[in-house]
Design a protein around this ligand. Structure first.
Ligand SMILES: O=c1ccn([C@H]2C[C@H](O)[C@@H](CO)O2)c(=O)[nH]1
Ligand SMILES: [Zn+2]
Length: 148
């Protein structure tokens, strides 16, 4: 399964490198007084625009928003159509490339094409790529809901 691929050692393709650089930049703006774990994300839209996100924590913990969801919700709020996105990069200071949490995987399934690449990285430059669908096998999605 692609999620278990070893970290890629080759160079990230230029377009994805650029997106990852934007995620690294967004990571600096993380609001993380509780975990001190900064995460950045950058979402590419169909027009070539990039929507950055960082994690935003809360003293009550559960209102915390991950970097991935910040980027996605920001792009939707700016008028971009659901499932029109082309790629998302996410980065944290992890040994292996960071992987989105379960909540973000569900939101990715909702708002992105199932074959959209998720470029996962760390601050050492390791990276790997999985599609949205690969990250959440057997997902409950709108397709099932609307059959009811
Ligand atoms: O993919 C991830 C994983 C974690 N976090 C955030 C949530 C919380 O603020 C902190 C620690 O879990 O990192 C993200 O933003 N994205
Ligand atoms: Zn998450």
């Amino acid at each position: 399964m692609s999620e278990n691929f070893e970290n890629q050692k080759q160079t990230l393709p230029d377009n994805y490198r650029h997106l990852m650089d934007r995620a690294i930049e967004a990571r600096k703006r993380a609001y993380v007084p509780y975990s001190h774990f900064q995460v950045g994300a950058a979402l590419l839209d169909a027009e070539g625009g990039v929507h950055a996100g960082c994690n935003v924590e809360n003293a009550a913990y559960s209102p915390t928003n991950c970097a991935e969801r910040t980027a996605l919700y920001r792009a939707i709020a700016d008028g971009h159509e659901a499932r029109s996105f082309e790629a998302i990069a996410v980065v944290g200071e992890t040994d292996d490339p960071i992987t989105p949490c379960g909540v973000c995987r569900q939101v990715l399934i909702e708002l992105c094409p199932p074959d959209m690449p998720v470029i996962m990285g760390n601050m050492k430059g390791d990276w790997r790529i999985s599609t949205v669908a690969e990250l959440l096998p057997g997902a409950f999605s709108s397709a099932q809901l609307h059959k009811a």
